[in-house]
Design a protein around this ligand. Sequence first.
Ligand code: FES
Length: 304
Amino acid sequence: MVKESVQAGRRSFKSLASTIDIVGPIERSSRLDRPIRGLAKAVRRRIGPGRLRDLLHGVPTGKPLHPPLVTFVVGCWAATSVIDLTGTGSRAARTVLTAGLGAALPAVASGITDWSVIHREQQRVGFVHAITNLTAFGLYAGSLALRIGGRERAARLLSYAGLGAAGLGGFLGGHLSYRQAVGANHADSVAHLVPLGWYDLCSLNDLPNGRPVARRLGYIDLFVLRVDGEVTVLADHCPHLAGPLHQGRLVAEGGAACVTCPWHGSTFRLSDGAVVHGPATAPVPAFDTRIRRDGVIQVRPAQR
Ligand code: FES
């Protein structure tokens, strides 16, 4: 009897979960791939590598820029509706609505820059997320125009509709962040997988000179570069979306040796894994190295 009810409970939970999976079909559908491809390419061309792009990704602060900007925008818009509902001041409502519209511009710029360098399934959800948020922007802009024209009642209705669209956009944004891990640090687990201490990695003679290779340390994939008698070791997974860094290009940036991720071009300093260029905003975990007398390379998580 108990077993049957547990099974029935499981069945109804499963059917509820599949009923509310409205994002899965978007993620899997290739219908919008052509405009997505074209738009992503145009964005990458328009906002080319450099300071502006790094700024829009959030490289200077080490955190993605889009989430805090969006939080401010949605906060302003939600406040507009609260003020409207309580009738505490049309001037205050107009002020926070305008602040939200103003902050939406950099929020869109940072969001679309992040979006242009993610996987296709993520771009599909991101595309619909952008449409819903642009709809919200249009509704709030219309609401502001009506408020300026003195049509308060219609303006409030438009704001409520805008809040609904922004809510849907937020739901999709949540899926992007928490299910599809856009903006998350994909190399963070490394620090938890390697307890402190020195570990044997491989023999110096087993490594090619001047060409990065992948090696494993327990569960961890490592980027290993030998240049004559010097060995550099970083985590191999790019913090942006886990691209294989050992397949990247070795470059020099500001006099420092770096590696550029083969997937979306994040660039990391070899000496400490610091981000030189995005889209990654988190550094790649670095390892200290030493070479034993018998030529065995030992590594440990960097003590910095
Ligand atoms: S995975 Fe995107 S830059 Fe490395």
